[in-house]
Design a protein around this ligand. Structure first.
Ligand code: DX5
Ligand code: ZN
Length: 224
């Protein structure tokens, strides 16, 4: 059976109880903690920075999957590694030097990911794919939690998965935005490896049960 990861997005958590919310993720069947960093420039919203990430890393037992929605990400990656990030994704649309930044992330000893906005074609990764641990396909316009899933993303997942399989790579595909129990199975069947879920987990009546249900979805091996 195909393995996949669940990454609850802390953006939808209660920041007044941050330690408890991270502890909940520790105790759940989730695999990563998804951490959304927004600068009010790349996206029209501001979330938090390195200090809060550091606090999360003190409590988290799962890897922190940091999604940088910021301009000039090359200026800040080192400080996010120091704050405790294990996986760092930056937006292709936010830098002219993606290849260099991927190498920088590898030199810093973290997993390197690139995120693509909904309008950005996966073909733009053709000359980068071999170097990437992760591709984050945005299935909403980045900036806010709780938005509706953009169904066109399904085609992008399939196209990207075909490239990854053809080249025999182990690059993971993460889907971010509007993910929940209603579409999780379909996403995994299209080729997703990591599902980010913010509102679907933290705003549900029973967050632990929601993670458990997502984790127990049964899907066969992916075939082209
Ligand atoms: C959107 C963020 C997402 C967000 C997902 O800009 O990158 O990670 O937290 O939230 P939901 O799951 O509520 O769509
Ligand atoms: Zn995100």
């Amino acid at each position: 059976m195909r393995k996949f990861k669940i990454a609850p997005s802390i953006l939808a958590a209660d920041f007044g109880r941050l330690d408890e919310e991270i502890q909940f993720v520790n105790d759940s069947q989730a695999d990563w903690v998804h951490v959304d960093v927004m600068d009010g420039r790349f996206v029209p919203n501001i979330s938090f920075g390195q200090m809060l990430v550091k606090q999360m890393s003190k409590v988290a037992t799962n890897p922190l999957d940091v999604h940088l929605m910021i301009v000039e990400p090359e200026k800040y990656v080192e400080s996010f590694v120091e704050a405790g990030a294990s996986v760092i994704s930056f937006h292709l649309e936010a830098t002219n030097h993606a290849h260099r930044l991927i190498q920088q992330l590898k030199d810093l000893g973290v997993q390197a990911g690139i995120a693509l906005n909904p309008q950005t074609p996966v073909d733009l990764l053709d000359d980068l794919l071999e170097d990437l641990d992760l591709v984050v396909l945005m299935s909403v316009n980045p900036g806010f939690g709780g938005q509706k899933f953009i169904y066109r993303t399904l085609h992008k997942i399939k196209a990207l998965k075909s490239k990854i399989i053809e080249r025999n790579l182990d690059t993971l595909i993460e889907i971010d935005g509007g993910v929940g129990l209603h579409n999780a199975q379909q996403l995994i069947e299209c080729g997703a490896d990591v599902l980010v879920a913010g509102s679907a987990v933290f705003k549900s009546d029973d967050p632990a049960l929601t993670v458990e249900r997502m984790k127990s979805i049964e899907v066969g091996n992916f075939e082209l």
